[in-house]
Design a protein around this ligand. Sequence first.
Ligand code: WQD
Length: 345
Amino acid sequence: MGKGKIVVTGGAGYIGSHTCVELINAGYTPVIIDNFSNSEKFVIDKLETLTNSKIILEEGDCNDIDFLRFAFNNNTEIQGVIHFAAFKAVGESSSNPLKYYENNLLSTVNLLKIMDEENIRNLVFSSSCTVYGQPDVLPVTEESPIKPAESPYGRTKQICEDILSDFVRASNNFRFISLRYFNPIGAHPSGLIGELPLGTPNNLVPYITQTAAGLREQLTIFGDDYNTPDGTCIRDYIHVVDLSKAHIAALNKMVMSNNLIQKEIYNIGTGKGYSVMEVVTTFEKATNQKLNYTIGNRRSGDVEKVFADVTKAQHELNWKTERSLEQSLTDAWNWQQNISNIVNN
Ligand code: WQD
């Protein structure tokens, strides 16, 4: 007898798909809700291969509340929900803010309405360290001040956390855990799932692997005149499998124990910061690939330095990262080499 079903909105996406693997490993049954607006259907097949199980898929849009109601009514024994479904391109959110406010906020409101109707009380929410902006003190803790976000995308994450907090206060048994991700990188070591390259990558690691694969001419490092040891920005890069396991730990805290938490927020990172240059040199060493890069201008909106204090998650979720930066970059490179076979087959 499994631990019951967990609805995973955006479950065919990068972090969602990796989390579905860990849900199955932990004895849960994921029910993926996805409209494939930012993911591919073949991910479902790969998940079935990887987990040797049939994946329950409800294809549709969380902005369509009738579809959402149907999807939940179609599945009994739902113990909780993990809400990934959202647009997440920082740059695009500035050029098309209404697309982000409508999708990221409406999908969350719809989801809460249906959870309330179905009396489903446990939610894990996918949030982001972007809510902290440029912290004044590092490492950043969950009590660090929330700064005005640098983008509409970041603002939708802040607003969604406020929506969840207000809903908790108004309801009598709903509770949520918000996981503030730092920088997710890498891929499942099987090479069957990973971050899909839809368009030109905004993020550093996919750009690195595509440059090494010859799909991009050259990596531009956005600025080396920051106040850091080597002048390049510092981030907290976490392996996507470690990040996925944090969702199971958060679920277990709610589903498996009836403790009376109503709302908890956790930083999910490694607790260690690495500069862009360190990522580049670690990639070259880990993969034995020479990377073609140049130093360019700063990218607007970039914060100089951010990395997490993860002691709260370690103590309260009994979770911590296990994979190194080198392992993350090795797995990212392995995925990059596999993806052309997967996409072309
Ligand atoms: C990391 C560092 C860049 C590309 C964003 C979102 C965050 C989350 C993760 C969604 C920075 C530098 C990058 C390149 C570079 N997204 N860089 N050349 O900006 O820390 O976080 O992605 O949840 O919310 O804000 O990640 O990978 O874009 O950049 O030099 O071609 O790499 O300047 O210092 P970021 P990133």
